[in-house]
Design a protein around this ligand. Sequence first.
Ligand SMILES: [Zn+2]
Length: 74
Amino acid sequence: MTGDGDREDVPLTRPNGCRWCGLEEREHYRRWKPPIGWHHWVVPTDDQRKQRMRERRERVTDTPEDASGFLLCG
Ligand SMILES: [Zn+2]
């Protein structure tokens, strides 16, 4: 019971992100991530994709879309 906690602002992992670090192929290049160390983008497993998609779904359901209708002129 902590009342309104602060919302996690961590970007979601793309379903097609790297198997080790979750980064997309186009922005990956080389990354260092334990325990693998330096690595190139590796295709994620089916299980990883499924889990990431599920996480996205849960997060999206929780996000209100009320910031779309603002148009400031002048
Ligand atoms: Zn990676």
